[in-house]
Ligand binder design. Sequence first.
Ligand SMILES: O=C[C@H](O)COP(=O)(O)O
Length: 248
Amino acid sequence: MRRPFIAGNWKMNKTISEGLVLVKELKEVAEKTDVEVAVCVPFIALKDIKEEIKDSKIKLGAQNMHWEESGAFTGEISPVMLKDIGVDYVIIGHSERRQYFNETDETVNKKIKSALKHEINPIVCVGETLEEREKGIEKDIVKNQVLKAFDGVEKDDVTKIVIAYEPIWAIGTGKTASSEDANEMCAFIRKTIEEKYGIDVSERVRIQYGGSVKPHNVTDIMNQADIDGALVGGASLKADAFTEIVNF
Ligand SMILES: O=C[C@H](O)COP(=O)(O)O
């Protein structure tokens, strides 16, 4: 019922020409699978990558955006600009943006509502730090992030949003949450959505896991009942590894 969704987040990697080489190699796997496949690429590569994948099944994502449509915001990119290129998804509130660029629950919420207004599907990231998990407050943290992210979001829009649960301690570290722990949190996120919007919505919203997803652990992760996909960092930079992940 929920279509599996594997998205690669290239982060600040790949020149345009390197990115073009990679997506050319991914077209075939996207063609042959029922899994939805997206690449979330640096802003400057969006247009060229779009041109390369326009006749393929690969979807295009950005990694951030401003919530305003235009204005004096030096260095920022607006939803109007992303839509003009034909972007399908935008990652919002990635932990690296929260940690290094002062992204807050409030800006995440503004960005989500703006993306929806411009018909770009948000992939909203939530997740706890290691310290928070060790204190046993990880569910409180994640619930709070989810509720603040969805504040004011209309029921009809909820399933346009993909939620990515990314425990911060698992990102780029080689440590993955056990698939059971990851599923437990994804089920908890789904419950949080159910409490706010009802089960008809919560059963349809897609929840990804992110954090050191690799070819060797993806099957186990994707076999979990409440995990509908993966947001893949490091392993999305190599065609063979990402292809194996998509073919979990
Ligand atoms: O957005 C992707 C996540 O931050 C995971 O990155 P990673 O697969 O390199 O751990």
